[in-house]
Design a protein around this ligand. Sequence first.
Ligand SMILES: [Mg+2]
Ligand SMILES: [Zn+2]
Length: 210
Amino acid sequence: MITKLVILDRDGTINHDSDEYVKSAQEWTPMPGALEAIARLNHAGWHVVVASNQSGLGRGLFDVAALNAMHAKMHKMLGAVGGRIDAVFFCPHSPDESCSCRKPASGLFEQIGERYSMDLKGVPAVGDHLRDLQAATAVGCAPHLVLTGKGALHKGQTRLPSDFPTDTQVHEDLSAFVDWLLTKTQAKPQAVAKSSNKVSLTTQNTGSSA
Ligand SMILES: [Mg+2]
Ligand SMILES: [Zn+2]
């Protein structure tokens, strides 16, 4: 059983986003320090999964083979720095398909909860866009905004717009989020364990998932 799980957005959180969409493995390029940050999470016992809107599929901008090639590149580059993403959950639909999985809808998060037979309450979820955090909080995840990708719009703001979840925590980038999480879980394990709505961070992970 997984007890330490982090859910990440992909574009703008792990890799450089593009207004023209990331359409090929060639266009998929990690942001500085992002893959190393995921590896640091893994080494501290955290499992990492991705929840990503990929409306470029529904819009006909690229096909599933291209998406698979992007993720093969991601997994390969991540493996080279000693990290691992357990699974990628993606929404292939365009906005006009009114699906239940395109963030801010919570379908991808529900799929993750089902896959791991896990209540996602308190599970950290990281994204660069309001809709990532809305989807996350719909299932009780703890919302974390990074100021990369679309999140760069919020740089220098003293407070986030009021439509953000009130408990949103802000980090410069994915690496800064990981610094925060590892410091918090290593420095104050007892205080964290007392918080009933969080996953138990003191439990050693003994499970594994292929
Ligand atoms: Mg994003
Ligand atoms: Zn969808």
